[in-house]
Design a binder for this molecule. Structure first.
Ligand code: HPA
Length: 273
């Protein structure tokens, strides 16, 4: 990690963000950006104005950072869209939302994504609380010379996803009348979708969901001391489980039909922090 790049990015943020103390950061993945719609925006920055971050290039990723007022009190920082390793983005760009949050002292990070469902009783449209992950790739933003600013050399991975935040998500689902199950997310680096044989293998390994994001950011954030929570929106059943061939457009279309419940859960969760 080149800390100078983070310094330059942080310097470029407007004062209102640099002086803020958000209660939570949201990393809004494919189809999730609408959860901040209707919130009062205090500041807004396109990713392209943040050095070394770069514009979001993926369908469904808006590419804007917004600081919003929370209905009860306080603020929330929302990154609408993320950078992925498979785009050729640097690790600095992938974890930029985490590093900006760390510098602001944000205590909690909610990572959201769209994922393929592996567990047979899932259906497209379900929302699953990530309780753990399997990293099916050696890729990691923590590889390289150790910098103690980002945590220990060998970060513990027992509770990457905070049990306390998982409970708050569960309560949010209960109150909103949205059934949320818990699941294990397997990280497949992409950009290809998986083969049916890979999905059968992941199923045997104990994975419930598959996707191409979240794990690098979650590992980095938990090493840095942030409390992490994750929500997956099941946009499709994984390859071979459903007969349908997979496309990015279908992922977004499925999310669009379910924005109401996605927003309700995130807002309810924010009210519990
Ligand atoms: N595989 C990987 N990533 C995904 C999928 C999938 O089936 N659906 C949405 N993101």
């Amino acid at each position: 990690m080149d800390i100078k790049l983070f310094d330059e990015a942080f310097e470029a943020l407007p004062d209102v963000i640099r002086n803020s103390k958000p209660a939570c950061t949201l990393m809004l993945g494919s189809g999730w950006s609408s959860v901040v719609e209707g919130m009062k925006v205090l500041a807004e920055v396109p990713y392209t104005d943040i050095p070394h971050f770069g514009g979001a290039t993926v369908i469904g990723h808006t590419g804007r950072l917004v600081l919003c007022e929370l209905p009860a009190s306080g603020t929330v920082l929302a990154f609408m869209g993320r950078r992925h390793w498979y785009e050729g983005a640097s690790w600095e760009a992938v974890v930029m939302p985490v590093e900006i949050s760390r510098r602001l002292g944000v205590p909690a990070l909610l990572i959201t994504n769209a994922a393929g469902g592996i567990r047979r009783n899932l259906v497209a449209g379900d929302i699953v609380i990530i309780e753990d992950h399997i990293r099916m790739s050696p890729l990691s933003p923590l590889v390289g010379p150790h910098n103690p600013v980002f945590g220990p050399r060998f970060p513990d991975q027992t509770n990457v996803y905070s049990p306390e935040l998982i409970e708050k998500l569960r309560l949010a689902g209960d109150e909103e009348g949205v059934e949320l199950t818990k699941g294990v997310y397997v990280y497949s680096a992409g950009p290809v979708y998986e083969t049916p044989a890979e999905i059968r293998a992941y199923e045997i390994l104990g994975a419930d969901l598959v996707g191409m994001s979240t794990v690098p950011e979650a590992m980095f954030a938990s090493a840095c001391g942030l409390k992490v929570a994750g929500l997956s929106f099941v946009s499709n059943m994984a390859a071979g489980i459903s007969e349908i061939n997979l496309s990015g457009e279908d992922v977004i279309e499925c999310a669009r039909r379910n924005t109401g419940k996605m927003a309700a859960i995130v807002r309810n969760f924010l009210g519990r922090l």
